[in-house]
Design a binder for this molecule. Sequence first.
Ligand code: UDP
Ligand code: MG
Length: 322
Amino acid sequence: MQRLLWRQASRPSASSSPSLSSLAGRFQRASYASSPFAARAAPTPSRLATRTARRSYSSEPPKGSSSSIKFWPFLVIIALGTGGYAMVVKQRAEMPAIDAPKKAGELGAPVKSTPTFSADDVTVVFVLGGPGAGKGTQCANLVKDYGFTHLSAGDLLRAEQERPGSQFGEMIKDYIKNGLIVPMEVTVQLLENAMVADLDKTGKGAIAGRKGKFLIDGFPRKLDQAHKFEDAVCPAKMVLFFDCSEKEMEARLLNRGKTSGRSDDNADSIRKRFRTFVETSMPVVDYFETQGKVVKVNAERSPVEVYKDTQKRLEGVLGKGF
Ligand code: UDP
Ligand code: MG
């Protein structure tokens, strides 16, 4: 199924896979639920006036009413109401969830209890750092020397954005321009599909037990992504964190923006990306730090110096011949 999804996703002429469409439906419903239009109309002054006029604040019984109040009709109403409510609750509990996913492995499927890949077979290294910290540059070096497969979440999202027929193209474009994190279901599934495709280079489909080494660059940028990826795809062995000041990163990004053609390499988007990084992505680094998985490299220096340090630190954790 995952291979099928990948093939559909990678065929430029193919329309979006059914799973992509089911996910699009989820987002529409989700955004409607949180939309201000879904909220109840606020009471206008005239509505309030009407309600107040209908209300009676008198504690005296209305003239001519009988002093002996009959309670039994109230008791009947309460009994019927309680029984009806119990029935509705029971029926609701038996109904399937509105967003019940179709099959495991589809986009938007619930987090699986066992990951697709075992950490014994597949080495996953998350590569984190602020925008412009040098993740891409250092990943290219590591690919050359250690035979990693480099998967940049940002590159996968940009490719999906450009794919003709993608239902997520517009959404991804907006999120990236504004430096926001694309909903995790999309990114996690793109990464998993890319990993499956890499391990299944022969196209025969038997990926169980295959060995692989992946640098997952620029991901996870949010805690929910980290949990979902580790639960559903593969637990990470370590996190390489490139630590760099905003001043230095901004200078690098503005310089890259002269030629990168990226919609987010401009002063306005850079500011928003920095904010997302500090508020949303740093907690991911802190979380992995509590698990002792983070290797922090000073990325303020020249690419050569940073790489030397990276090699030493990486081999320190994974061993020389990993
Ligand atoms: N992005 C995302 N989720 C991810 C990774 C990236 O939504 O897991 C989006 C986000 O909007 C981010 C943009 O893609 O600002 C660019 O990411 P990339 O990793 O290419 O930027 P870099 O950090 O390399 O400058
Ligand atoms: Mg990058």
